[in-house]
Design a protein around this ligand. Structure first.
Ligand SMILES: Nc1nc2c(ncn2[C@@H]2O[C@H](COP(=O)(O)OP(=O)(O)OP(=O)(O)O)[C@@H](O)[C@H]2O)c(=O)[nH]1
Length: 334
């Protein structure tokens, strides 16, 4: 039986040294070991080695236990992404014989993970402590790797996702299997792209200085984070410009969500500066446009908000209606 060099300690060390490539390599070795006959215990006891035959990955989840739906979705995404990145020959080793079942426990900072046998009556947990230990350690490795990848995609001032990750995430959404729609809590949900811009921010800088300007960006980011859901994607898109990718039922709901965010910013008293407002434009992500077109259209809606007095939310679809109505009346006039 072989023992991998990629121990848990090594993973931790690589993470702390931010050696992303080495970490990826090490992580891939761990997974190969775990899912192949070379399975061994690297970041835990060798006694776990019999577990291999029992651990299979399948992502049909039958119950969410006591976990909140959003938290549960985030876990699922984490695992799906991790498995998605595996080389093909490893994917072949997966046998969909088991069901993942998440339950919130105190054992792990990310919550606990238990695997149950689908065939087992009433889905009783059949994992031994050692097996559960194995999974929890695996979760640790995922967590550390995700954290590292996460850090490289974060804007240091706002702590939101950076511009580089924006295109990547939007591309992922546009090319993903479920595409623009996903079933969430028994309801179809659609993706929306919003672009938000702080109004008259130049004036803030000119009057109070760049340090205060930066503080406004930080506070706006925190407010937005507190307003949106755990798995909505918030980006600092440019200097005082933000982008949000989020899911909701329809355009009316999207408008309401964004208008509440606008209201929250407008009603917050910012130190020194006092009042800050934001203009927002959004569009539903769909088949009609390429990525750059989509961003341009959301931007057009944003500038419509700016041109119409700022501190408001505009839906690109509604602008079309306005434009068509205008051109329609033009035709009638002439
Ligand atoms: N403090 C600070 N200022 C920034 C940052 N990034 C961009 N800015 C400033 O943001 C200001 C943006 O100004 P404009 O694009 O003219 O827009 P505005 O004054 O917000 O006006 P409207 O968008 O039309 O409401 C510029 O003065 C930039 O220098 C940053 O990271 N920190």
């Amino acid at each position: 039986m072989q023992t991998s060099n990629c121990g848990y300690g090594l993973v931790k060390q690589l993470v702390s040294q931010k050696k992303e490539n080495e970490l990826k390599q090490c992580f891939s070795l761990i997974l190969q070991d775990l899912l192949s006959d070379r399975f061994d215990a690297y970041f835990f006891s060798k006694k776990c080695c019999h577990v291999k035959a029992q651990i299979e990955f399948q992502f049909t989840v039958h119950a969410s236990g006591v976990m909140h739906q959003e938290e549960y979705d985030a876990y699922l995404k984490l695992f799906k992404n991790a498995i998605h990145d595996l080389p093909d020959h490893i994917k072949l080793l997966k046998q969909p014989t088991r069901t993942l079942f998440f339950a919130k426990t105190d054992i792990h900072p990310l919550g606990g993970l238990i695997i149950t046998n689908k065939a087992h009556k009433e889905g009783k947990v059949i994992l031994t402590d050692k097996e559960e230990g194995l999974i929890l350690h695996l979760l640790d490795v995922y967590f550390l790797q995700m954290q590292l990848l996460h850090n490289s995609s974060i804007d240091p001032l706002s702590q939101l996702l950076n511009r580089q990750s924006f295109e990547q995430k939007l591309t992922e959404i546009m090319h993903s299997e479920g595409r623009y729609q996903q079933k969430k809590i028994d309801q179809e949900q659609n993706w929306f792209l919003a672009i938000l811009d702080i109004d008259h921010f130049k004036q803030v800088n000119d009057t109070f200085g760049h340090v205060i300007g930066d503080e406004v960006i930080v506070l706006v980011s925190q407010l937005l984070k507190s307003h949106f859901r755990f798995d909505d994607l918030l980006f600092r898109y440019g200097g005082e410009e933000f982008a949000i990718l989020f899911m909701t039922d329809n355009s009316d709901q999207a408008w309401k969500v964004l208008d509440r965010a606008r209201e929250l910013i407008a009603n917050t008293r910012f130190p020194q500066v006092s009042n800050v407002t934001m203009s927002i434009g959004f569009i539903q992500v769909g088949d009609d446009y390429q990525l750059s077109e989509l961003v341009n259209k959301a931007d057009m809606a944003l500038y419509f908000s700016k041109d119409n007095g700022r501190n408001q939310v505009s839906d690109y679809q509604q602008l079309n209606i306005v434009q068509q109505a205008v051109s329609g009346s033009d035709i009638e006039l002439f």
